[in-house]
Design a protein around this ligand. Structure first.
Ligand SMILES: [Zn+2]
Ligand SMILES: [Zn+2]
Length: 182
């Protein structure tokens, strides 16, 4: 068995020349990834099956990783990564999400939009903040440029959640500007 990290080819063969090439490629990858992280406006995205597509004509207002229990359930993971954009800038270009309504951990009604065909989570609308919409970052066509600036609802984060210590932390919801709508 090849002992090199990142080797998938060398099992039972020892470290081959191909293994070393793979290892070098794996080590170089983070730098290459960083260089891909440039956003362009408009940006687009959609669900896994392609039934629902959207386009956004403005840059995100805020980007946050939400660790509340609702986002854990909706994402099936440790947190929901979101870009919050102006509602005016977001346009559906194909299909209609289905909305699941519930009261959020923050105590306000919230509509979670997902694809009724493949189940992919897509966006969150909050009736009391009608001027903004939050988009699930993984639904972007190029999610590599997503740059979260804060972790929110960290009070409900799971013990197996790994957070970036450099991001600002809020135990629950951070203060929301009144301009987001009431
Ligand atoms: Zn779908
Ligand atoms: Zn959340």
């Amino acid at each position: 068995m090849c002992s090199q990290l990142g080797c998938e080819r060398g099992q039972g063969l020892g470290v081959t020349r191909n293994c070393r090439i793979l290892v070098r490629t794996a080590r170089r990858e983070p730098t290459e990834r960083r260089s891909q992280m440039a956003m362009t406006v408009p940006f687009s995205g959609g669900c896994a099956c392609g039934a629902i597509r959207y386009e956004c004509s403005a840059r995100p207002i805020v980007s946050s990783n939400c660790h509340c229990r609702d986002c854990q359930r909706a994402s099936g993971s440790a947190f929901g990564p979101f870009l919050t954009v102006s509602a005016d800038a977001l346009r559906l270009t194909r299909g209609e999400p289905r909305f699941y309504r519930k009261v959020s951990d923050g105590g306000n009604p919230m509509l979670r939009g997902f694809c009724p065909d493949c189940g992919s989570p897509l966006l969150i609308q909050e009736p009391h903040r009608s001027k903004i919409v939050s988009i699930h970052a993984a639904s972007l066509d190029d999610p590599s440029w997503y740059k979260p600036t804060m972790d929110i609802f960290t009070a409900s984060a799971q013990p197996w959640d790994v957070m970036n210590p450099k991001l600002e932390k809020f135990a629950r919801m951070p203060p929301i500007p009144e301009s987001f709508g009431r």
